[in-house]
Design a protein around this ligand. Sequence first.
Ligand SMILES: [Mg+2]
Length: 408
Amino acid sequence: MQITDARVFVGGPGKNYVTLKILTDAGVYGLGDATLNNRETLPAAYLRDYLIPNLIGMDPRNSEDIWQFFYRGAYFRRGPIAMAALGAIDMALWDIKAKLAGLPLYQLFGGKSREGAMVYAHATGADLDDLMDSIAWYVEQGYQAVRVQCGIPGMPSASYAVPEHKGARRHYITDYAGIRPKLEIWETDRYMRFMPDALAEIRARFGPRLHILHDVHHRLLPREAAEFAKAVEPVRLFWMEDPTPAEDQDALRLVRQHSTTPIAIGEVFNAIWDCNRLIEDELIDFIRVAATYAGGITPVKRIVDLAGLHHVRTGFHGAPSHSPICMAAHAHLNAWAPNFGIQEYLVLGTPECDALFPSEHRMENGMVLVSDAPGLGVDFDETEAARYSYEPGSHPVVRLPDGTMWNY
Ligand SMILES: [Mg+2]
């Protein structure tokens, strides 16, 4: 059996999804997601120029050897561009393997460990009242877990994932059209004085049962992150996400030593080597890798198994930058993973997105119910894809009030 062709598509409704389709001489095809948010043309070029010419003629059933070939075979390994491209190949090969077996992918991992996988939605507000309305809306929709992001009084511009004006209610996408980023101003002191009390008010309003998550988005220094984690302990957060950038991983030790607030990290990690120490030293509670950026299903399964040895649960990244193909890969991993925690999930559900990626996965009462169709359970409509092309976009950049560059 041979791979006969592989094609890359870039574009989509409101997002530049990078979709890989691998074709075989057995008539079975596989789909993968290489979307690297706001840098989408780079994994597409890596696939087209370097990986696909080597892929043609390989036996698609040897997914492990193909992964090793492209990982070990590249002298300059890792990094988000190479790993997103490799991640798409790996997803597509698992899709092919499960279709050949006539089984939903989770059966090849060891079957289902649960009937539904709990997700968290994104509530956001320009101020606390606005955020309360947003949370209430998600609770009414049946969500059991909500990430909450709030505008900070006196902050000169909206903070992370927060709209400038009231009424966004559903997830507020912070990306901007065009290659020049929008500027946001960040003031740690205002955040530190406001956010712990705001989280306490949210807990008081919604009661003990709602799972409340909060994303600090790399904005704090390690000592500040420790202070914040300690201050929000009475709120009993489901998790505090990315309290400080994970480039300095010993920083998490300081946070850990001062607080029992659960820590989630890893959405920008590209390999098991980015998180093995954090997991083995039990400095985190949730690992946030995504099948796209972390090189596909093969390495993410290894990370999940390592995490399971150290009481670390999964909380895969699920921002709208992942296409429904990556989210389908996560749905199968979540159905299987014995140490599943939660899945980030955005209410995409636009008719345009559903038409481009017809999917068998369903959402019910804040849980993803995995598809029983053979393979990943998601398809790609090339006729629909022809309607879209690449549109440049960017994340905002962040400065302190005196102009110093800060972490987005
Ligand atoms: Mg995040």
